[in-house]
Design a protein around this ligand. Structure first.
Ligand code: PMP
Length: 317
């Protein structure tokens, strides 16, 4: 592997990423027993760090994992990573696992957690991606029932994203019991009749930091915003579809291909490649302004707000 020449943080030490080592008995490696976060950095400033820290605290609480650092401690790690990385835009990844212990399912007593953090250059979505949008395929949500926890056990997400890749798509749009949940690593937004609709913030989705941001944008711009269960047919017949995540920010999905489930009768499976919808360009809700800034617009003539500024202003972060 070609190691990036970057410095990472491991259990209180700063060291080259290529030299960072953990034990094979680490419970993150053995069980996926840990929590992580991904924070985008724009022009050397972390975006909504407090929101990420709050989500991290909640996830650790949910799995009974002691958070090894307080907010000041985490901020120092994040600042240390930003300082050690030359790039203006970065994304910070950190994870904490339940540490190194003899392999046994129940929590070990008195084991210190493993704390790891690194920064990587962040290539923001390209103009082409923003303008041309992404392709997605439908998929039954086969993940566990605690998707609200930002767990490092990501096999469900890995299989979902691989499913998208095998169908030449960028993301999956997942449904559980016929209702929209989310993408493999993104929240999904449906636009119907000029209303932005998101799935409920329950245990079936991870509440992205950009979830609250979309809600705020709608609030500030007088755009109708709704949170409710969305049936698959409503998603397939929507006006527009978008996804949000730290690394993909906000991107339109311009084609949604309906893939029948494996367990459906053959007849249906023959029709498996139905196009639920295709737009030939980014839909009107998400537009590119002439000065290359991404805005949410509900009319195309009335730009109502930028979604992700290159430099997050105090009022937006
Ligand atoms: N849902 C899932 C399953 C995710 O993995 C992610 C991104 N990690 C999100 C939603 C979006 O969260 P955020 O906006 O914080 O990146």
């Amino acid at each position: 592997m070609d190691w990036p020449q970057s410095t990472c943080y491991l259990n209180g030490e700063w060291l080259p990423l290529a030299e960072a080592k953990i034990s094979v008995l680490d419970r993150g490696f053995i069980f996926g027993d840990g929590i992580y976060e991904v924070v985008p950095v724009y022009f050397r400033k972390p975006f909504r760090l407090d929101h990420h820290l709050a989500r991290f605290e909640r996830s650790t609480r949910e799995i009974g994992l002691a958070n090894p650092l307080d907010r000041a401690g985490w901020r120092a790690v994040v600042d240390g990573l930003i300082d050690r990385c030359v790039d203006q835009n970065q994304f910070i990844y950190w994870q904490v696992t339940r540490g190194v212990a003899k392999r046994d399912f129940a929590f070990p007593a008195g084991t210190p957690p493993t704390v790891f953090a690194m920064s990587s250059p962040f290539t923001r979505p390209s103009r082409e991606q923003r303008e041309q949008g992404l392709r997605a395929v439908t998929r039954a949500d086969e993940r566990w029932l605690r998707c609200d926890i930002k767990s490092v056990s990501l096999l469900g997400a890995v299989l979902a994203r691989q499913f998208a890749a095998e169908h030449h798509a960028d993301e999956v749009v997942q449904f559980r019991d016929g209702s929209l949940t989310e993408g493999s690593s993104s929240n999904m937004w449906v636009v119907r009749n000029d209303t932005v609709i998101g799935a409920p913030r329950d245990r079936l989705i991870l509440e992205g930091i950009r979830y609250g941001f979309v809600a705020e944008l709608c609030d500030r711009t007088g755009t109708q915003f709704e949170v409710r269960r969305l049936r698959q047919e409503e998603v397939e017949g929507c006006d527009e579809l978008m996804l949000t995540s730290a690394t993909r920010e906000i991107l339109p999905i311009v084609s949604l291909e309906k893939i029948q489930n494996r367990d459906e009768p053959d007849d249906n499976r023959r029709k498996r490649s139905q196009s639920a919808f295709t737009h030939d360009r980014a839909p009107r809700f998400l537009r590119q302004t002439p000065n290359n800034k991404n805005i949410v617009s509900n009319t195309g003539t009335r730009p109502i707000l930028m979604t992700f500024r290159t430099v997050p202003s105090r009022s937006m972060s």
